[in-house]
Design a protein around this ligand. Structure first.
Ligand code: GDG
Length: 733
């Protein structure tokens, strides 16, 4: 039975030492909370760090704890103090975290940290590989493990991997700053499915993939080496029912069962029904916008003093990453600001801000949610923010107001909240006032809609949708109209071909015999390819032709010495064995004089593009330009050209090129002519791009037509990648 392997930096429980005794304690945090329910239901294994530095624990103790964890389907990854410093605090939290949250100036780029990040990712990948069985699904989480998918894929190419990023993916202009950006993207693209909380993050990721790796992307599918990778949005939800049920239970508790904080806040409300409790809950982190929030609250009291005594800000800050300098500084500034505001406005029996710097037990957290009239959640940048969703779930009387930052992923779903720009103090104060004054009917209308959304798209739906989509990606890489050539098939095809009396082999060059290169001039044949042709050309009763879009000089230079047919420029020039080059009698190239000035205008307006003039065609290359700009220009140029070109001209899309050719000359015509020269009893044709489709279309059915690559094709067979071509050709002699 296949299983799901969850991989995250931390396990959802932590080994804690107390006077030489070790215990397991559950951890909070968005990811842990969300994935716990996935792990509990169904057959799964969770791989992660168990929260204790490996050098601080004796090996016999470790073995005992490890055994206990494995019994509960957890695989602990041992990480030492130094690894935590460099991989976790260093690269993950002092570099990636600030960068991905747009705090560029906080990011430290340190080679040592990167080396450690690489090594620890390898450690996680190895643990996955060790526990992997055929049919398993791997789901890797978050920014600490961006290299892991690629590392697993290298060793186990056929595994199905999903990756989900819990934090924002920044815009290309920010991401490009990261010195190891190529490695990170390649690492992520080891996955089959890459998920983000919002469409904006998805769009930023795709933009980086296009601009940095120059990959082809259609809608949300990235063409990467031999695979297609799906990039999608899955806004993470919470365990809605659990929060709602606990909130109901809390309301039903007797007074003496209530927590101290609940009773305290209730008393405050009893003093005056108009009193309002504003709640703020975050991990202490500069992305959460605590200082902006405090300043807005101060401004409210300053500008509208009638709220003094009638509002309370309850601020829970959960300690986090307290050894990182920026967090220490933020803690000091927060303490100072809270102190200043409280010092300035406090009265006997009323302190404006009730400030807790600690983690609270879950029940107290629920009491805060159900007591608060307003939740003020205003991060300056936040992947999703589950606290906003939890607040909504606990509002069992459908009252309360959510003030939510536009910069939190949750704002994309929660448009019934009061959305606010956390950098705009005036807006923040206005929204605070609006929330305080909001009539109960409006509160209920908004809250009901928010609840509906949070309930419908809960954490189970989120994880099910991710897993279902992950399973469907297997179909993405399967072309239904043609058959992938496997070992047995390659054996059958080659032995039939070898046993035939008269044989013809038609071969495209770029993308078939050689891989693509940034610079086409560098895609020249190598020794292995020459060895193959030496062998093929010494076979009896075998006619060979290279049918290419390349010019005759190129083909002559590299293949002129072989007794085989060369077809250049898609059929415009042809050189039969032991004959001279001949040009097809489509002589009218007058059209080029009309088309060139138009294409030149596009070249001028589109930096990075250039024109290649071939004898019988014009090629506009746009590989080196901005992909988004290219996309728009290609549509414009094609529309313009189609309105101008006569029937005898054709506009063809190639690999990052547009080619205008005479429609009376194409590879299909050339291939058919060669096919008709003799009676062949076995013919094989191989090609990879759109121009080769003409050969697949025009040659008769009995020909073995093989597409190189997984794109849509008229061929009846395919190889996933160009790498498979040469071993196949070697079977033909
Ligand atoms: C990352 C992304 C994304 C908080 N304080 C206490 C406590 N919590 C629980 C909350 C909530 C979770 O921690 C916090 O989740 P968030 O989503 O707000 O934030 P991050 O931890 O930064 O998580 C974030 C998330 O991943 C999921 O993808 O939404 O954007 O940064 O569940 O209830 N729980 C307890 N005591 C506390 O004091 N028991």
């Amino acid at each position: 039975m296949s299983k799901n392997i969850i991989v995250s930096n931390r396990l959802p429980l932590q080994i804690v030492e107390h006077h030489g005794e070790y215990n397991f304690v559950s951890t909070s945090g968005g990811l842990a909370t969300g994935m716990k329910s996935v792990h509990q239901h169904g057959n799964s294994l969770w791989i992660g760090w168990p929260g204790i530095e490996h050098d601080s624990i004796q090996s016999n103790q470790w073995n005992i704890l490890k055994k206990a964890l494995i019994q509960d389907k957890y695989i602990p990854i041992p990480l030492k103090k130094k690894e935590m410093e460099d991989f976790y605090y260093g690269l993950s939290n002092e570099c990636l975290w600030p960068l991905f949250h747009y705090f560029i100036e906080f990011s430290k780029f340190n080679q040592k940290h990167w080396n450690s990040y690489f090594k620890v990712n390898r450690k996680f990948a190895d643990a996955v590989i060790e526990n992997l069985q055929p049919g398993d699904y791997v789901w890797i989480h978050d920014y600490q493990l961006l290299l892991c998918p690629g590392m697993i894929r290298e060793v186990v190419p056929e595994v199905t991997i999903g990756f989900f990023l819990h934090i924002p993916f920044p815009s290309f202009e920010i991401f490009r700053i990261f010195p190891w950006r190529t490695e990170l993207l390649n690492g992520m693209l080891g996955a089959d499915l890459i998920g983000f909380h919002t469409y904006d993050y998805q769009r930023h990721f795709i933009s980086s993939v296009k601009r940095i790796l120059r990959l082809e992307v259609s809608y949300n599918i990235v063409d990467y080496k031999t695979r297609k990778i799906q990039v999608s949005t899955f806004p993470m939800g919470i365990d809605y029912q659990k929060f709602e049920n606990i909130a109901i239970e809390h309301f039903e508790q007797k007074k003496e069962e209530h927590s101290e904080i609940f009773n305290l806040l209730r008393e405050y409300k009893m003093l005056d029904q108009a009193n309002k409790i504003i709640l703020s809950i975050d991990r202490l982190d500069y992305t959460k916008g605590v200082l902006n929030r405090l300043e807005a609250f101060e401004e409210l009291l300053e500008k509208y003093p009638h709220y003094i005594k009638h509002v309370h800000l309850i601020m829970l800050m959960v300690p986090s990453r307290s050894s990182v300098p920026h967090y220490k500084r933020l803690k000091r500034e927060t303490d100072r600001t809270v102190g200043r505001i409280n010092g300035k406005y406090a009265l006997l029996g009323w302190t404006p801000i009730l400030y807790f710097y600690r983690s609270m037990p879950f029940d107290h957290l629920i009491d805060l949610y159900i007591s608060a009239d307003i939740a003020m959640i205003t991060p300056v940048r936040d992947g999703m923010n589950l606290v906003a969703k939890e607040y909504v779930a606990t509002r069992v009387h459908h009252d309360g107001v959510l003030i939510l930052s536009e910069m939190a992923g949750a704002s994309k779903e929660f448009f019934d909240a009061l959305l606010v720009n956390p950098f705009d103090k005036v807006d923040m104060v206005e929204k605070l006032m609006q929330a305080i004054e909001m009539p109960i009917e409006e509160q209920q209308q908004r809250m009901e809609r928010l609840k509906k959304r949070a309930q419908r798209y809960d954490v189970t739906k989120w994880s099910n949708q991710f897993m279902d989509t992950l399973k469907e990606t297997e179909l993405l890489n399967h072309d239904e109209t043609s058959i992938k050539i496997n070992e047995t098939m390659a054996q059958t095809i080659s032995s039939q071909f070898k046993n035939a009396k008269n044989r013809l082999l038609l071969l495209d060059y770029d993308g078939t015999l050689v891989g693509f290169h940034e610079n086409p001039e560098k895609s020249v044949p190598d020794k292995e390819l020459y060895d193959i042709f030496d062998q093929l050309c010494s076979q009896k009763n075998l006619d060979i032709a290279i049918i290419s879009g390349r010019g005759q000089n190129f083909l002559d230079k590299h293949f002129g010495r072989y007794p085989m047919t060369l077809v250049a420029e898609h059929g415009y020039h042809q050189k039969l064995v032991n004959k001279q080059w001949k040009t097809t009698d489509v002589q009218n190239v007058e059209w080029k004089h009309h088309i060139i000035p138009i294409v030149e205008t596009f070249t001028d307006n589109t930096p990075g593009t250039f024109i290649e003039e071939k004898e019988n065609s014009l090629v506009w290359h746009y590989r080196k330009t901005d992909p988004e700009l290219a996309k728009a220009r290609v549509v414009e140029l094609k529309t313009l050209l189609s309105s101008l070109v006569a029937d005898e001209l054709k506009i063809m899309d190639g690999d990052k090129i547009i080619e205008v050719v005479s429609s009376r000359v194409h590879k299909g015509v050339a291939a058919t002519q060669l096919y008709a020269r003799k009676v062949y009893d076995s013919v094989i044709v191989l090609g990879d791009d759109i121009t080769d489709e003409n050969m697949f279309a025009d040659l008769p059915q009995e020909v073995i037509k093989i597409k190189v690559g997984t794109k849509q094709t008229l061929a009846n067979y395919y190889f996933k990648s160009q790498i498979e071509v040469r071993p196949f050709l070697k079977r033909l002699y």
